[in-house]
Write a new protein. Sequence first.
Length: 310
Amino acid sequence: MFGYYVRLRLQSGGRLLKELGIVRSVLLVGLLVLAVAILCKVKTGWMLPVACLLVIGAYHQARKDREFLRRFTDNVSVFFCYEYLLLSLPFAVIAGIRGEWLIALCMPLGICLLPFVPPVRFRITPIRFGFLYAGNMEYLRMFRRMSWLYLIVIGMSALGCLNGNVRVAKVGMLVWGIIQSGAYSYVPDAHLLQKFRSYHILQRELWKANSWNASVLFLPFGMMCLAGGVRAEDVLFFFSCLTSGILYLQSMALFRWVCPVTVGIAVMQLAVCIPLFAWTCFAWVGCLAELTVVGILLYAVWIKWKAIWK
């Protein structure tokens, strides 16, 4: 029975990655690799079991298949023990690689207690994101869906800064800069352009929304980069990443009006926008290339949709 369950979980995970798309799947895999690398290099011994307990505990708290599994198993708690032991195996392997054999042996024993802990029910109240510009509903929609990823990236960056590794916060800025472009990764409805009375109003609203949203959500990364000391290198990287993120959002927001095809948007993102964004974060010269792309897209949008505003 447990083998069938594992295969079912693998199939559902494959379907989920297919629904997320290639770009988001690659980002998730890259974030997972980054998390494993951080856990392998962190010298604090208690960090690994705490991370294991938080990950599997959150999964135990959020799962909703308890009643379904009770119909097919006599003791669902033992069934959960098998699953949680399998999930804790990577953490135990990392502890073994680091030479922490006591933690590697005690970690599965602590995980086996989770199935016997009743889930805690929280009353969730909808949160209003007043700090985000309310005029850009695409970005608000993206943040509501990807806020958990933002919290994970912020948490990993904070752990890196606590251990004196500012580069983790820089990588977090790069990762979030790519994730936030999901706000403009879908094909828009052409009738949305009719709510803007002129082409200049459209551009003003896009620049205002993208600049504010990127600045607000990039600010925690900048504070972590400068927490250990103000260095010219870190300050330059933060402003380069922020400027590049704004231009990246602007390029994606404009390109979806030029090429209203999902495949075309994905190709533009992978082939042009992401490389330019990463390059600009480390070299100011990339801003000129991104500004050129934005200028070309501004002209293309005007040529294609100017009949609406005439």
